[in-house]
Ligand binder design. Structure first.
Ligand code: ADP
Ligand code: ASP
Ligand code: MG
Length: 406
């Protein structure tokens, strides 16, 4: 018996007509004889609205109540889809995180799944009942509701597929698959038939929101066969696979961008041992994630500028910490800029090919785009540029690496 997990994102369940269409897709899978567990997101826009209400009620909210509020969207969709399935003669019921139960740690707002008890769910699937699972949510050790971070339904789906030993995990979304870059920004973006787990992991963590990063990690570790495909067509999607399954590997397979970072510069900080530790220690103690870092060459041997980026969510906190440590850090002033975008080119082929970064720098220079910070790893190069150039930079790089669709 084939066991399948199908996940439908917000746009795919945006209204009752679309939920009815999803029910037909689930029915088609059931009619083929598969056991089906469906994971649903909240109807599009709902989670944003819920977050907004939580913030209006209390800007510095209790994270446990935040989760109680924002998890609600998925409950509605799960119930609605179960109803639509029953109406067309498919045996189905909804499952909330606590009913499964899907257990997580206590990190409210960004909880990690620790265990999924599948005995009951598995029995129901074997008896032919479709399980409609509310994505994004779980239950902490103290029985409080948790959520898995924005985009977390992808992770619910992959984790469930791993726990249920599913043969496939199909992620249905509003694009046909994973593209060389965001198809909504670059018209010439090309759909990839396959992408490696590693590249997908980089793409996701560097901003491509088509899959939540954690879902790719789980898929890679548990060898879940993930396919990203469209809710609105039968076109073949993108398979996320091991490197060995890719026949012809491009040097660069994708370009991602993230507007979620802000840049901070400490102007004229002492150029002496221990300064970096003194700056980044308190930030790390406060769980502020620092990403890109660059230290300027000191002109006089006494003082230098230190520039780095943090995620926008942590920006205010980072500034407050740096300001309160001004005396001990001894910098002249703080300069910040949130009008920046991080653009990254990604490809496992970079391991064996030189010149990838150089091509990036040249393509950006040709368009007169100034690079503010650079960071590299084995399979990616990232640059920070002004947000105003997002589209121009993405298009120029897409062409420079020969990725444009014919
Ligand atoms: P869902 O609601 O189905 O979870 P998301 O909005 O979270 O969908 O993710 C799909 C979106 O990801 C697409 O609409 C697209 O704009 C964006 N995206 C960004 N980068 C890529 C990429 N490389 N390939 C495909 N989609 C991408
Ligand atoms: N509804 C949640 C969100 O908007 C989870 C998801 O859609 O994956 O982030
Ligand atoms: Mg998503």
């Amino acid at each position: 018996m084939t066991r399948v997990v199908q996940k439908f994102g917000g746009t795919s369940v945006a209204d009752i007509d679309r939920i009815k269409a999803v029910a037909q897709r689930v029915k088609a899978e059931v009619d083929q004889g598969s056991e089906v567990a469906v994971v649903v997101s909240a109807m599009s826009g709902t989670t944003n609205q819920l977050v907004d209400w939580a913030v209006q009620a209390a800007p510095l909210h209790d994270a446990r109540e935040y989760d109680t509020i924002v998890a609600a969207g998925e409950q509605v969709t799960a119930g609605l889809l179960a109803l639509c399935l029953q109406t067309i003669g498919v045996d189905a019921r909804s499952w909330l995180g606590w009913q499964i139960p899907l257990r997580t740690d206590d990190a409210h707002g960004k909880a990690r799944i620790t265990e999924i008890e599948t005995d009951t769910l598995s029995e129901r699937l074997s008896s032919g009942q479709v399980a409609v699972v509310a994505g994004f949510q779980g239950i902490a050790s103290d029985n409080r509701i948790t959520t898995l971070g924005r985009g977390g339904s992808d992770t619910s789906a992959v984790a469930l597929a791993a726990a249920l030993n599913a043969d496939r995990c199909d992620i249905f979304t509003d694009v046909d698959g994973v593209y060389t870059t965001d198809p909504r920004i670059v018209g010439k973006a090309r759909k990839l038939d396959r992408i490696t787990y590693e590249e997908m992991l980089e793409m996701a963590s560097l901003g491509a929101k088509v899959l939540q990063t954690r879902s790719v990690e789980l898929a890679m570790n548990h060898k879940v066969r993930v396919q990203v495909r469209s809710s609105f067509s039968d076109a073949e999607g993108t398979l996320v696979v091991d490197e060995g399954e890719i026949v012809e590997q491009e040097v660069v397979s994708g370009i991602a961008y993230s507007k979620d970072e802000a840049k901070i510069t400490l102007v004229r900080v002492a150029d002496q041992p221990g300064v970096a530790a003194a700056i980044f220690g308190p930030l790390s103690d406060a769980s502020v994630n620092v990403d890109m870092i660059v230290q300027n060459v000191s002109e006089d041997g006494k003082a230098t500028d230190m520039t780095f980026t943090v995620v926008k969510e942590d920006f205010e906190r980072a500034m407050a910490i740096l300001e309160s440590n001004k005396e001990s850090l001894g910098y002249e002033r703080l300069v910040s800029d949130s009008n920046v975008v991080k653009i990254s080119v990604i490809g496992v082929g970079m391991r064996s090919h030189a010149g990838v970064a150089q091509r990036m720098f040249m393509a950006l220079a040709d368009k007169g785009i100034n690079i503010q910070v650079i960071s590299t790893s084995e399979i990616k190069v990232s640059v920070l540029v002004s947000e105003d150039y997002t589209e121009l930079a993405l298009r120029a790089l897409h062409t420079a690496y020969g990725l444009d669709a014919a």
